[in-house]
Design a protein. Structure first.
Length: 379
C-alpha cells in the first residue's frame, strides 16, 4: 500500500491543482483547514508526509505541524511558505519541527522530488524504529525472564501493571506507548537486588520495619542503574527511577498529547500502581508502604474515567474450577489467586509458567493459597 500524504491549505483551488498533478504518483488526501487536517489525522492517520501552508486562519502551518509531533512523531513534515515567511520557515527547520520548506508558488517537478525524498525519510525512520524496537525487545525480554525466574510474584505484579498501562494508553489514545509499557514491565527489575525474605513479606502485605522499608524503597534506583546504559531508554529509566515520587494531579482537561513524556509516563505508572494497590486490601503496596511516605497515589482525574472503564471489563469466555494440584504450565487464569490472608498473588489473565507454578507451590507450603480458583475452560 503506498504511503499516504496529507496536503493542508486554505486555498481550495491550490488543493485541487495539487490533487490533479500528484494523484497519479502518490496516495493523496487534502484538508482546507488545520482543524480538518487534525480530524483526518485522527480518523485515517498516520500519514507518511504532511505538507502544510504557512499562513492559514486560526492556526498557522508551523503551529499545526508542531501539534502533530507528539501524536505522530514518525510523520515527515513539510512547510509551504511565501517569500516573506522564509525566516520563520528556516527557524522551524532548525528547531526540528519540519523536514523541509518550499516557497510558493512551487513547481510540480521539484515538489514531486521533495515528496519522494520525504517518503524515503519516513521509511528510514520506520526501519530504524523497527530495528531498534526488535533489538530492545530482545534485550528487555532477557531482563524480564531473569525477573520471572528470580521473583515470579514480583514479575507477576509488573506484568499486571504493564497490562494496566497498555489498557490506559489504548483508552486514552496515547501515541507510541511502548516506552510506558516497558517502564511498567521493568519497574520492579531492581527487586532482584533485594533479599528473598523481604520480597516474600512485601508480597504477603506484611508490615515492615523502617530499615526494611528503606531497603525496599531503594529498588527503583537499582533498576534505573541496570538500564541507564541501554540506548533509547532514557524515558524508561526516568520513569523507573522516579516511580515513588508524589505528583501533582492532572486536571480533567489536561492535553496528554502535549505533555512531557517523562511526566506522562510517571502518571501512567502511578495509576497502574494504584490499580495494583486497589486489587486487594492486603496488597503489598497498601499493606507495606503506608503512612507519610506512601508510594500509593490516587490516579489523576484525567485518568479516573478511563480506569473505571477498564475495571468494569469482566473476564470473557467459559471457565472451570481447579485446585492448585491441578494447575499446569500453559494454563491461563480466569480469576485471581489469593493467599490465605487475601493478598493478591496472581491476577486473572496470567498464563502459568514453570517459575510461577513452582513459586505458587512454595507459597502454598509456607503461607497458604486460597483454593479453588478458576482457569479458562479451553485450557
Amino acid at each position: 500500500m503506498p504511503e499516504k500524504i496529507l496536503f493542508v491549505d486554505d486555498d481550495t483551488n491550490l488543493l485541487g491543482a495539487m490533487a490533479r498533478n500528484l494523484r497519479d504518483q502518490f496516495s493523496l488526501a487534502t484538508a482546507a483547514s488545520p482543524d480538518q487536517a487534525l480530524a483526518l489525522l485522527e480518523k485515517y492517520g498516520p500519514f507518511a508526509v504532511i505538507v502544510s501552508d504557512f499562513k492559514m486562519p486560526g492556526m498557522n502551518g508551523i503551529e499545526l505541524l508542531s501539534k502533530t509531533m507528539a501524536a505522530w512523531p514518525d510523520t515527515v513534515r513539510i512547510l509551504l511558505t511565501g517569500e516573506a515567511d522564509t525566516f520563520a520557515a528556516i527557524a522551524a527547520v532548525n528547531q526540528g519541527q519540519v523536514y523541509r520548506f518550499l516557497t510558493k508558488p512551487c513547481l510540480t517537478t521539484p515538489l514531486k522530488a521533495t515528496l519522494k525524498a520525504a517518503i524515503e525519510q519516513h521509511n528510514l525512520i520506520q526501519a530504524e524504529r523497527v530495528l531498534l524496537e526488535k533489538t530492545l525487545i530482545g534485550s528487555l525480554h532477557v531482563l524480564t525472564e531473569i525477573l520471572s525466574f528470580a521473583h515470579p510474584l514480583v514479575f507477576s505484579r509488573a506484568s499486571r501493571m504493564r497490562q494496566t498501562v497498555k489498557a490506559l494508553a489504548e483508552e486514552l489514545k496515547i501515541a507510541n506507548p511502548w516506552e510506558f509499557e516497558v517502564a511498567a514491565m521493568l519497574s520492579q527489575i531492581g527487586c532482584i537486588t533485594l533479599p528473598e525474605s523481604l520480597l516474600q513479606r512485601v508480597c504477603a502485605g506484611d508490615a515492615l520495619a523502617e530499615a526494611d522499608r528503606a531497603v525496599y524503597l531503594s529498588h527503583p534506583e537499582a533498576g534505573a542503574r541496570f538500564l541507564q546504559n541501554i540506548p533509547r531508554l532514557e524515558t524508561v529509566v526516568h520513569i523507573i527511577r522516579r516511580q515513588f515520587d508524589q505528583l501533582e494531579p492532572l486536571p480533567p482537561t489536561a492535553d496528554l498529547s502535549a505533555m512531557d513524556r517523562n511526566l506522562l509516563g510517571l502518571h501512567l505508572l502511578k495509576t497502574a500502581m494504584d490499580a495494583e494497590a486497589q486489587r486487594s486490601e492486603h496488597s503489598p503496596l497498601t499493606g507495606t508502604i503506608t503512612g507519610e511516605h506512601s508510594i500509593v497515589q490516587r490516579p489523576s482525574s484525567r485518568f479516573e474515567k478511563a480506569m473505571a472503564d477498564i475495571r468494569s471489563a469482566s473476564p470473557k469466555g467459559p471457565s472451570r474450577i481447579v485446585c492448585l494440584s491441578d494447575l499446569r504450565v500453559g494454563m491461563k487464569l480466569h480469576s485471581d489467586i489469593l493467599d490465605s490472608k487475601g493478598a493478591l498473588l496472581l491476577s486473572g489473565g496470567n498464563e502459568i509458567s514453570a517459575p510461577l507454578l513452582q513459586c505458587l507451590h512454595r507459597y502454598s507450603e509456607s503461607r497458604g493459597v486460597t483454593e479453588p480458583f478458576r482457569i479458562c475452560a479451553d485450557e
